[in-house]
Design a protein around this ligand. Structure first.
Ligand code: PGA
Length: 249
């Protein structure tokens, strides 16, 4: 079993399509200087592809890790615009997000494509952060559990050894970028379901992050829940102090 099994707190910033060389420079310097609890919390940033070289250069030798927001399921070849797992390795990435809801909704990524991407990441020694979550419509129709189970199924089918090397992120789509986080109890309810599925698959120790309008003000109450092992943070990850305060929570 890999070190991904320890359930040590993990906070990952998802920069989405934000940043510039100049803005990143000060954000990364502040994160590097301000990450003072590396023993209790792993901290990472997942950045746009063009900034991987900058992140590699600025965070090497620090306690922070980094990664990308997507990758190709293919190893190499005629796939214009795609980026492979081995390319991410060239920049010492540790993590790669797969199946973020924005990839699923804007780029038509299906559950099986997401599982194939997770497998490609694992094959290259990267840690895929597999994102799952229901839409508002699905939540209102009482379909949350069914949606999560459907999204997880092809990923869990990769087998316990594969799943042991992953991180799962529960991100209710209605909470992403809306300022309306799930309550700790709402999130815990779904995290317990995910944990039960992981238990059935023989990998109960996989880290399960919550994502969706996490900020310093709500992080501690979310992290107090027994099955929430950290956070995937969008907007609040672009402000060094806010992001560091989430990690400190
Ligand atoms: P948010 O985004 O924190 O801005 O809601 C989270 C995410 O999409 O990963």
């Amino acid at each position: 079993m890999t070190t991904e099994q320890s359930r040590k707190r993990l906070v990952i910033g998802n920069w989405k399509m934000h940043g510039s060389l100049a803005a990143n420079e000060s954000l990364l310097a502040a994160l590097r200087q301000g990450h003072v609890h590396p023993d209790s919390c792993d901290l990472a940033v997942c950045v746009p592809f063009p900034y991987l070289a900058q992140v590699h250069r600025m965070l090497s030798g620090s306690a922070l890790s980094w990664g990308a927001q997507d990758l190709s399921a293919q190893a190499q070849g005629a796939f214009t615009g795609e980026v492979s797992a081995s390319m991410l390795n060239d920049f010492s990435c540790r993590f790669v997000l797969v199946g973020h809801s924005e990839r699923r909704s804007f780029h038509g990524e299906t559950d099986s494509v997401v599982a194939a991407k997770a497998q490609a990441a694992l094959a290259a020694g990267l840690v895929p952060v597999v994102c799952v979550g229901e839409t508002l419509q699905q939540q209102e129709a009482g379909e949350t559990s069914a949606v999560i189970e459907r999204q997880l199924a092809p990923v869990l089918a990769l087998g316990p050894q594969a799943v042991a090397g992953m991180v799962i992120a529960y991100e209710p789509v209605w909470a992403i970028g809306t300022g309306k986080s799930a309550t700790p109890e709402q999130a815990q309810h779904v995290h317990a379901l995910i944990r039960a599925k992981l238990q059935q698959a023989g990998v109960p120790q996989v880290r399960v992050l919550y994502g969706g309008s996490v900020k310093a003000a709500n992080a501690a109450s979310l992290f107090a829940m027994p099955d929430i092992d950290g956070a995937l943070v969008g907007g609040a990850a672009l402000v060094a102090e806010e992001f560091l305060n989430i990690a400190a929570a």
